[in-house]
Design a protein around this ligand. Structure first.
Ligand SMILES: [Fe+2]
Ligand SMILES: [Fe+2]
Length: 255
């Protein structure tokens, strides 16, 4: 099984970022073409939040139209720039998976690896959290599927990445997630976005990967308190190959 991850598309028109014009829709088109051309083709694509900038119905319509060209099935979770209800209104299939939960959390059970979507967002805030309700839901899902290797996907990384600008808007109680994960040994990886950079960490018995944006990257700044950007670094997607009982992770650059 091959899982692809794309993240932080930030649709919403051409943006002037640090003196450079960035068109997220063109960048998404490149990402879709890249994923469709891979051999083997990914079995599934996880889109880990910040799909839009303002979460407007027009931006979600643009997202849905652009993803129509994507050949593998895809699954979305919101980031801090998204809106749960707006997202689910544009993607009824996502609303069906969410059911009557307050959060956009769901499982995908139709692949050899079980996929679990976690929602770290807090309305109107850049930072994220995982409240007791979200964590108990996860605990129940992990407990019911101990025999199924699992990948969790979420927007905010649950650990401090060592970049003060981003650590100020991280997941404020990631350690609580770590305590849940420590009770299980079948979580093969946690896939995140939000930082627009590639970062990996061995964390509470699993591996957490943060994946670059399809649209623009932030510079590696381990001292400054303010986020600046973009960095002159390429867009990328992450590919996770379930291969011989191990989940092997690659970055695949989108040029
Ligand atoms: Fe983002
Ligand atoms: Fe974000």
């Amino acid at each position: 099984m091959l899982i692809a991850q794309i993240t932080d598309i930030h649709l919403g028109g051409v943006q002037r970022i640090a003196g450079r014009d960035v068109d997220p829709l063109i960048a998404l088109g490149r990402a879709v073409a890249h994923l469709n051309a891979l051999d083997p083709r990914p079995d599934v694509v996880l889109v880990t939040g910040d799909m839009t900038n303002r979460a407007s119905p027009e931006e979600y319509a643009e997202l849905r139209a652009a993803l129509r060209s994507l050949e593998p099935p895809y699954f979305l979770i919101p980031g801090n720039h998204d809106d749960r209800d707006g997202l689910c209104a544009a993607f009824p299939e996502l609303a069906a998976r969410r059911g009557d939960l307050d959060f956009v959390q769901y499982t995908v059970d139709e692949f050899p690896l079980r996929l679990i979507a976690l929602d770290t967002t807090v309305p109107e805030q850049s930072g994220g959290t995982l409240c007791e309700a979200r964590l108990s839901w996860l605990d129940e899902r992990l407990a019911e599927g101990r025999d199924r290797p699992t990948v969790i996907f979420m927007h905010h990384p649950p650990f401090a990445v060592g970049m003060p600008g981003f650590d100020a808007i991280g997941c404020d109680n990631g350690e609580a997630l770590g305590q849940v994960l420590e009770r299980y040994d079948h979580v093969e990886a946690v896939l995140c976005g939000h930082v627009h950079r590639a970062i990996s960490l061995l964390w509470h018995g699993t591996v957490v990967h943060v994946t670059p944006s399809t649209t623009y990257q932030y510079p590696l700044d381990m001292t400054g308190a303010r986020i600046t950007g973009p960095a002159e670094e390429p867009a990328a997607c992450r590919l996770c190959l379930w291969h011989g009982g191990a989940l092997v992770s690659h970055l695949s650059y989108i040029t």
